[in-house]
Write a protein of this length. Sequence first.
Length: 461
Amino acid sequence: MKFWHKTLLLVLVLFITALDVSVLIMMNRSLQLSLQRETERAASDQTLIANNIYENLNSIESRGTRVTEQMLLEVASSYADYYKQQDIGIQLWDGDRLLYPAETEVQRKPQLLYEQLEIDGVRYIRSSNLLPAPYNNLLLVYQRNIEELYDQQNELNRLFVIINFTVGPLLVLALFLMIRQLTRPLRQLTATTRDIAGGNYAERVHIRSNDEFGELARSFNQMTEAVEQHVTELSEMAVEKQRIVDNLAHELRTPLTGMLGFAEYLNAANIGEEDRRTASQYILSETVRLKNLAFKLLELSAVRHQVLKPGSVNIQALFQAVRQTESAQLKNADLTLVQELSIERIWGDPDLLASWLINCIDNAVHASPAGAEIRLLAYEEDDAAVLEVRDCGTGMTPEQVERAFEPFYRADQARSREHGGAGLGLSLCRQIADAHGARLVLESVKHQGTRIRIFLQLHNN
């Protein structure tokens, strides 16, 4: 059973039960009030008749005539005949003896002041009281037919049953339409959830309201956006990882195949010293390239999992450490490293920043001709500290610049293999920039040179 079915059934049962109980209580209370009014009326009429009989008897005695039983019968009969037209009966008792009406079969003297009784299926209300002294030996009984009151109550009961059977279906229809409308947002949420579970993460709930359903829809959409973003990121990561694995397999296959061939050649053939040296040199160069590849992969993995420890970094000391590390490579390539700094300190991780500079300088060394300069700069721009490495080497095309940060991508395959490059340097630079929350800008013009900049936080910002 669905939620709205349960709601409809529960509301219907509660509503009909509450309505029926309320109506029954009101009808019962109305009957009680009517009976109370009839009792008060009976008491008032009984007192009026008793006083009138008392006045008549006093008037008879005031004329010097003794009141006899016959006189009592005549007085009672005159009032009985008058009230009989109103369906009211009168009895007159003298002690335990019924004086009027003489022909009645009632032999029991009323004991209660007020009572209800049923005679031959007809309901009556009875009021009994003694006449004032000196006639307090006489008991006047007033009896009124109240069957009409119960007939009205029965008519109300029948009307209530008819209304129940008439209004019930209309109430069911009204509740059905109302609850269907109220629970429509839940059905929309269910349908959207089903679509999302099927992989349509772009689906959203469109509920325009300010009630709880509207708040639920907005929270649901926020959750869906977060899920879609995470799924997209995971998909991109999966694609990136697969691409890295494919590229790594390719990078390993080429040198390993060549090394295996040369090793078999050295082991099996009777070769000269020059051929032996050529084969050994190839194996050595490919071994160096594989070592560089492994170290770069380890460094890249370390950056991804390393906890950033930022602090104030002295740029002069940073540049000096990088120069010392790169001095041998710069000397072998006949290149000059020129330093220019207009700021003294920046905010960042000194080890990661040193790695960033070294990778950028390595790329500049591979791209620059002998005798060229590589410029290492530090300055302030737009309230940020900028580190820049600039060369006047071969440069790159716009298409190459766009793919330069992809792992294992090499703009110049031949030159990279010559220097043992794995195409991971700029990918590592991007990881370092991301770890700092810094902006990384790469600009290059073919045959003119390349500049790469990282925008960091100033040490006092």
